[in-house]
Design a protein around this ligand. Structure first.
Ligand code: GRF
Length: 195
C-alpha cells in the first residue's frame, strides 16, 4: 500500500509513521504533503528520502475547492492508496473527502466524540476530566467525526497544565497511529484500544 501523509507543522506523528513503514510492514510512504512551506516535517521527510510537496492554501483564500483541486493535482501522480492526516490543520470539503472516503485517516488529540475541533487539552482540563487521550478515525465530511479505528487513554494528573497534558497525549499518538495504520493497511478495521 502507498501512503501519503499530510502535515502542517513539525510532523512528529508523520515521523513515527515513516519509521514504522519498514520491513514486512504492508505499506510504504509515497509522499509527504504540507500546506505550509516552512513546516518542519518537510525536512524530516526529505532527510529520510521521502518525496515532499507543498501546496500553500493562502493563495486560494476561502476557495477551499480551489486549494483541494491543487492538492489533487499534486497528489494523484504519487498514486496513494491511503492518506494519513497528521497534524494537518485544514478542513477538507465533502468533495475531497468523498474521493478518499474509506481510505483517509486522521489523528485527533481527544477521546472522540468528546472535544471535536481545537484546544482539546484546555477543554478537558476545564471540564475536570480524569481521563483524556487521542483517537485515530476515518475521515468523513463532518469534522473529527468518522468511524473510530483506535484510541489511547491517558490519566489527567493533578497540577497538569495544557502543555503537560498535551505532551502525555502526543506520546500516545506516536504509539497509536503506527499501530492503526499497519492494521488498516491490511484491510482490518477493528478498533485498537490502548492502554
Ligand atoms: C499535535 O497537537 C497533535 O496532537 C495533533 O497535531 C499536532 C501536531 O502534531 N495531532 P505533529 O507533531 O505535527 O504530528
Amino acid at each position: 500500500k502507498r501512503v501519503a501523509i499530510f502535515i502542517s507543522g513539525g510532523g512528529s506523528n508523520m515521523l513515527k509513521l515513516l519509521e514504522s513503514m519498514q520491513g514486512d510492514h504492508p505499506a510504504r510512504p509515497c509522499v509527504v504533503l504540507s500546506n505550509q512551506p516552512e513546516a518542519g516535517g518537510l525536512e524530516r521527510a526529505a532527510a529520510r528520502g521521502v518525496p515532499t510537496e507543498v501546496v500553500r492554501h493562502q493563495p486560494f483564500g476561502d476557495d477551499r475547492e480551489g486549494f483541494e483541486h491543487a492538492v489533487m493535482g499534486v497528489l494523484v501522480p504519487y498514486a496513494p492508496d491511503i492518506i494519513c492526516l497528521a497534524g494537518f490543520m485544514r478542513k477538507l470539503t465533502a468533495g475531497f473527502v468523498d474521493r478518499w472516503q474509506g481510505r483517509m485517516l486522521n489523528i485527533h488529540p481527544s477521546l472522540l466524540p468528546k472535544y471535536k475541533g481545537l484546544h482539546t487539552h484546555r477543554r478537558a482540563l476545564a471540564a475536570g476530566d480524569r481521563a483524556h487521550g487521542c483517537t485515530v478515525h476515518e475521515v468523513t465530511a463532518a469534522l473529527d467525526d468518522g468511524p473510530i479505528l483506535g484510541q489511547a487513554r491517558v490519566p489527567v494528573e493533578p497540577g497538569d497544565t495544557e502543555a503537560s497534558l498535551a505532551a502525555r497525549v502526543l506520546a500516545q499518538e506516536h504509539r497509536l497511529y503506527p499501530m492503526v495504520l499497519e492494521r488498516f493497511a491490511q484491510g482490518d478495521r477493528r478498533p485498537i484500544l490502548l492502554p
